[in-house]
Design a protein around this ligand. Structure first.
Ligand code: ADP
Length: 311
């Protein structure tokens, strides 16, 4: 049984804006799934509907076989959501925020106590358990949101832009934790602007654009479709003239010290360097222009992925 099944999901907002134009999406149990798309694509609308915060116009959504409309209580019991915005009461102590959610989800009091303790430890919030949430750092608040979403041991966890504005160290430890709970059986869906993370973390991916799913595939298959990478090369000396192409490599003169080169598969960077050497151009350093998923994204949607939010 899939963790999430979405059929022909449509959403038109009250003002007539069509946000989802008939989306089909299946996420299998145990998956680590990425929902990617530029700003305004419909990701939050989709997640809002799945978590019953937004009313769908038509279509069907079920979570582990339970329809969100016909059996909302069962459907919601399978689901934990970590929204983008902090939405807890900042004057409440940390452990109470987690425990109260357990009560709200109908978890037995003794289990709530045990589980709260466990989550406080796992998410490194133990020392802060008695302080008001407003005293936590941004990263701790994010971890608190995760703990709260996991109190009822949901089988499906949805993370909406989980690392927006989160520092690198926390991001790393957060992903370590997500990987562990995924290995233990929790299905995870995330939306993210950090495409590299989706590339590293996720087995399957759907790309949504203007209310349509434009791609739904294994991450590996998507990446395999990319047959060309672009490199930015810094030349040691001024480059006066540059051909449009040498052999299989397309070249672009960006400024007097900078060249862009397309490297089609299966040609190697070594070959490119040899060709440039032959032209008398020495390269001091280089970087990959875009990650492969970003390139793919551009090709599919004609737009760059949504800009990263500044912390
Ligand atoms: P994403 O999460 O991919 O950025 P959203 O789901 O937030 O996209 O938005 C999809 C589209 O629906 C956008 O064009 C947005 O402006 C519009 N939209 C979102 N919420 C509302 C709303 N409450 N009323 C009207 N339009 C909305």
């Amino acid at each position: 049984m899939p963790a999430l099944e979405i059929r022909q999901l449509h959403k038109t907002y009250g003002n007539g804006h069509v946000a989802l134009q008939g989306i089909d999406l299946t996420v299998e149990e145990g998956d680590f799934f990425a929902l990617l798309g530029p700003n305004g694509a419909g990701k939050s609308t989709c997640i809002g509907i799945v978590s019953t915060l937004v009313r769908k116009s038509s279509g069907e959504v079920s979570i582990f076989g339970d329809d969100i409309e016909k059996d909302p209580i069962a459907a919601k019991s399978h689901l934990g959501v970590v929204p983008q915005e902090f939405n807890f009461n900042i004057f409440e102590p940390v452990e109470e925020i987690i425990a109260n959610q357990g009560g709200y989800q109908g978890v037995a009091p003794r289990q709530v106590r045990e589980r709260t303790r466990q989550l406080l430890r796992e998410l490194d919030l133990w020392d802060k358990r008695r302080v008001q949430a407003r005293e936590l750092s941004g990263g701790m608040k994010r971890r608190l949101m995760i703990a709260r979403a996991l109190i009822h041991e949901p089988r499906l966890l949805i993370l909406d832009e989980p690392t927006a504005g989160v520092d690198i160290e926390l991001r790393r430890s957060m992903w370590g934790y997500m990987r562990r709970i995924n290995e233990q059986g929790t299905t995870i869906i995330l939306t993210t602007h950090y495409l590299e993370e989706a590339e590293q973390m996720c087995r399957n991916v759907a790309i949504i654009d203007r209310g349509h799913i434009v791609k739904h595939d294994r991450m590996k298959n998507l990446l395999r479709q990319l047959d060309c990478e672009t490199f930015v090369l810094n030349a040691r000396e001024t480059v006066e003239e540059l051909p449009d192409r040498i052999g299989p490599f397309a070249l672009r003169h960006i400024d007097e010290h900078t060249i862009e080169a397309d490297l089609p598969k299966p040609h190697s960077l070594n070959e490119l360097m040899r060709e440039l050497d032959r032209l008398g151009i020495a390269i001091d350093s280089l970087r990959n222009k875009a990650n492969r998923l970003e390139e793919l994204f551009l090709r599919l949607t004609g737009k760059p992925p949504a800009a990263e939010e500044t912390p």
